[in-house]
Design a binder for this molecule. Structure first.
Ligand SMILES: CC(C)(COP(=O)(O)OP(=O)(O)OC[C@H]1O[C@@H](n2cnc3c(N)ncnc32)[C@H](O)[C@@H]1OP(=O)(O)O)[C@@H](O)C(=O)NCCC(=O)NCCS
Length: 192
């Protein structure tokens, strides 16, 4: 994995993770308008909401040094999704924290890209940003996302399950699972 600190660019065998560019807005909006992609979120996003999300991610880079990166294919350079680190704005029993997250266009599911990108993002979180723990959470029925967490070696304790405060009581997606990766567990998985 190669990191380019000045440009926030991370290379993996098949992918480049980088900051967001104006030309990402159209393909990112297409992805966020797809009900398949947004099945485990509250709703699909309009073009304006998707563009604002990119602005917020760029702002997060400026404030924290990290954010969700735009994930592109090394071959051809197409934007295929996002993966990276963020500080959630809501309060829960595990916040403040650094979370790891991902979202990919369906044409690029089932190829290991999410796990490849997330592993690189997690390595950045521990080595460059000195995180002591990275968590991930999702609606409890989001099996594909949970599989990514498990492939990364993250661990779930059912006593950490929580109701997402951003969703109203009774909402079908409100119950969330939490997975954790403490720094020392990562160091055991990836010997330096
Ligand atoms: C969550 C999400 C990113 C998972 O995508 P994914 O393609 O299943 O995950 P990966 O990229 O890690 O790919 C793993 C799959 O590719 C397969 N695969 C194929 N080639 C592979 C390779 N070279 N390396 C690793 N895995 C490979 C694996 O067998 C695995 O399939 P399986 O889960 O059926 O066993 C995707 O479903 C998504 O974007 N969902 C919508 C957004 C979302 O819900 N995000 C999470 C919110 S918390």
């Amino acid at each position: 994995m190669t990191v380019h600190p000045a440009t926030q660019k991370i290379e993996t065998p098949r992918l480049v993770l980088r900051e967001w560019e104006e030309t990402d807005k159209e393909p990112f909006a297409r992805m966020n308008a797809d009900p398949q992609v947004m099945r485990y979120f509250n709703s699909v996003l309009s073009r304006a909401e998707s563009d604002q999300f990119i602005d917020r991610m760029q702002e997060h880079f400026r404030i924290h040094g990290f954010s969700f990166w735009a994930v592109t294919l090394k071959e051809g350079g197409a934007l295929i999704g996002l993966a990276g680190l963020a500080r959630p704005r809501f309060e829960a029993h595990f916040t403040p924290c650094v979370e790891i997250g991902w979202r990919f266009a369906p044409d690029h599911w089932g190829k290991g890209y999410a796990t490849e990108a997330a592993r690189a993002a997690m390595a950045e979180g521990f080595s460059r940003f000195r995180c002591t723990e990275i968590v991930s959470f999702t609606a409890q029925d989001n099996a594909p996302s949970r599989r990514v967490m498990e492939r990364l070696g993250m661990q779930r304790d059912a006593s950490d399950d929580f109701d997402h405060p951003g969703l109203p009581e009774g909402h079908a997606l409100r119950r969330h699972v939490l997975y954790r990766m403490p720094q020392d567990s990562w160091a055991r998985l990836i010997p330096v």
